[in-house]
Design a binder for this molecule. Structure first.
Ligand code: HEC
Length: 428
C-alpha cells in the first residue's frame, strides 16, 4: 500500500541496509574491546586490593600487567572504544528518528556514565604506580559507571524489541522492568569476563614487552587464572542467552534467529573444549585460535540480535502505519461535495484547521515544514501546490515524507487557495 510506504521509518531501503550493516560491524569492534577493558580493570582492582591487604609480589605484578594491557592504549581506546560508540548512537537515532521512542533519549544519556567511566579507568591506570587507595577507589568508580552506562545502553536497545510498550518507557527505572533487557545485560557481562580471561592468556604473554622477564611462577599463575575465568564465564553465557531468547516477544522470533542462536552455542561449546584442553596441557598453543573463536562468537551474537531487532522493527513500522491510517481516516472529511475550489477560503480554512494543522503551522515546523518557509515557491503557481498536496513527492531529505491524504481535488484547491491567501496577507 502506498500509504504504508509513506510512513516508512527511514528514507531509502539501501541506505537503511548499509546503516544496519555498519551498526553490526561497530558492535563487533566495540563489544569485545569493552568486555576486555571491563574484565581487566576489575581483575586488576581485585589483585591490587588483595596485594594491599596482604603484600604479595605475584598479585602486584599481575595487577599492573592487567591494567597495562593493550586495551588501554590511547589509540586503541579511540578506535575500538569511543568512535564505535559514537557511530552506534548516531545510527540508532537515524533508525528511530520517526519512531518517537523515548528510548533514543536514554541511549544518549548512557553515553555520559560510559565516557566518565572510561576517564576514571584511565585515571586508575595512570595513578597505578602510586598504589594508593584513592587510585583503587577511582578505578572502582570507573567500573561502576561503565556498568551503569552499559546497562542503560543495552536496556534501551533491548526495548527496541517491544515497540508496543515504548510509550510506557518514560523513565529510566521503567527500563529496568524488562526481563529481556536484564537477560541481554547479563549475557554481555558473562561474555565480557569470558573474553577478558582469554585476553589475559593471549595478550599478556604475546604482546607485552616485558613478558620475557616473567618468572615461570607468574606465567603459570596468570595463565591458569585466565583460562579458568574464561572457562567459567563461557559456560555461563548460554544460560543467560537462552533466558534472553525466552523473554523476547513473539514478533522477534524467526527461524534464522534460532539458527544463529544455536550457532552461538555451538561456538561456545568449542571454546569450552579448547579451554579445557589448555587447562590440562598447560600450554598457550591455542591462544590465538581461542581469541578468534571468541570474535566469531561475538559476531554471531551481534547477528542474532540484529535479526531479532529486525523482526521487531518490521512489527513496529506496521504499528506506526496502522496508527497513521486510523488517524487519517478520522481526519479526512466527507467527500463528494463539489465546492468552488480555489476561492472557497472558508472551506480552505476548515480543511487547514482539521487536517493540515495536525502536521503544519505557518510559523513553525512540527511534523511538516513551516508554511511560511515553503509557500513562497508556490505563490505564483497555485496549481503546483494543488498537485503536490494531491500527490506529495519527497522534497526535504531531513523531513519524513508527507502522506497522500486522499482528498478530493476541490478540497485540495480550497486548502491551497486559503494557504496562499493567508501567507500573502499575514506571513510574507
Ligand atoms: C501527517 C502529516 C501531514 C499532514 C496531515 C499534512 N502534511 Fe504537508 N507535509 C508533511 C510533511 C512531513 C512534509 C515534508 C515533506 C517533504 O519535505 O518531503 C509536508 C510538506 C508540505 C508542503 C511543502 C512542500 C514543499 O515543496 O516543500 C506543503 C505545501 C504541504 N505539506 C501542504 C499540506 C497541506 C495543504 C496539507 C493539508 C491538506 C498538509 N500538508 C497535510 C506532513 C503533513
Amino acid at each position: 500500500m502506498e500509504l504504508i510506504e509513506q510512513f516508512a521509518l527511514v528514507n531509502t531501503p539501501v541506505f537503511l541496509k548499509t546503516v544496519k550493516m555498519l551498526l553490526a560491524v561497530m558492535y563487533i569492534i566495540h563489544l569485545p574491546y569493552i568486555g576486555m577493558l571491563l574484565g581487566n580493570t576489575l581483575f586488576s582492582l581485585i589483585f591490587n586490593a588483595m596485594d594491599k591487604q596482604q603484600p604479595n609480589g605475584l598479585h602486584a605484578t599481575f595487577s599492573r600487567r592487567l591494567i597495562d594491557s593493550v586495551a588501554f592504549r590511547k589509540s586503541i581506546s579511540l578506535v575500538f572504544g569511543v568512535l564505535p560508540l559514537m557511530v552506534i548512537t548516531l545510527i540508532y537515532i537515524q533508525i528511530l528518528q520517526s519512531g518517537g521512542a523515548s528510548t533514543t533519549l536514554f541511549l544518549i544519556y548512557s553515553l555520559v556514565p560510559i565516557v566518565l567511566g572510561l576517564i576514571a579507568v584511565n585515571v586508575y591506570r595512570i595513578t597505578f604506580s602510586q598504589r594508593s587507595y584513592l587510585s583503587i577507589l577511582i578505578g572502582a568508580a570507573g567500573i561502576g559507571l561503565l556498568l551503569v552506562g552499559y546497562f542503560v545502553l543495552i536496556a534501551s536497545v533491548a526495548r527496541f524489541h517491544e515497540p508496543d510498550r515504548w510509550k510506557f518507557v518514560t523513565s529510566l527505572t521503567s527500563l529496568l522492568v524488562s526481563y529481556n533487557a536484564i537477560g541481554n545485560y547479563l549475557t554481555f557481562l558473562m561474555a565480557s569476563l569470558a573474553i577478558s580471561g582469554a585476553g589475559i592468556v593471549f595478550f599478556i604473554f604475546k604482546w607485552q614487552n616485558d613478558s620475557e622477564n616473567d618468572t615461570p611462577e607468574f606465567q603459570r599463575y596468570a595463565r591458569q587464572f585466565g583460562v579458568i575465568i574464561s572457562l567459567i564465564f563461557t559456560l555461563l553465557i548460554p544460560i543467560f542467552l537462552i533466558f534472553s531468547f525466552i523473554t523476547l516477544p513473539d514478533v522477534a522470533w524467526s527461524n534464522s534467529m534460532m539458527f544463529s542462536g544455536i550457532l552461538v552455542i555451538i561456538v561456545l561449546a568449542i571454546i569450552s573444549l579448547v579451554l579445557t584442553a589448555m587447562l590440562q596441557r598447560n600450554d598457550l598453543k591455542y591462544g590465538i585460535s581461542l581469541f578468534v573463536l571468541f570474535i566469531i562468537a561475538y559476531s554471531l551474537l551481534v547477528i542474532t540480535n540484529a535479526i531479532t531487532r529486525e523482526n521487531s522493527l518490521v512489527e513496529l513500522s506496521k504499528t506506526i502505519n496502522l496508527k497513521g491510517e486510523a488517524m487519517l481516516a478520522e481526519l479526512i472529511p466527507e467527500r463528494g461535495e463539489v465546492g468552488s475550489g480555489l476561492t472557497d477560503y472558508a472551506r480552505g480554512e476548515d480543511i487547514y484547521k482539521r487536517i493540515c494543522s495536525t502536521c503544519h503551522r505557518f510559523d513553525k515546523q512540527i511534523v511538516g515544514p513551516a508554511y511560511n518557509t515553503v509557500l513562497g515557491k508556490y505563490e505564483n503557481d497555485i496549481n503546483k501546490l494543488v498537485a503536490f498536496v494531491s500527490k506529495p513527492t519527497k522534497v526535504n531529505p531531513d523531513l519524513p515524507p508527507m502522506p497522500n491524504l486522499g482528498l478530493k481535488i476541490n478540497d485540495v484547491e480550497a486548502a491551497a487557495g486559503y494557504l496562499i491567501k493567508t501567507y500573502q496577507e499575514e506571513y510574507k
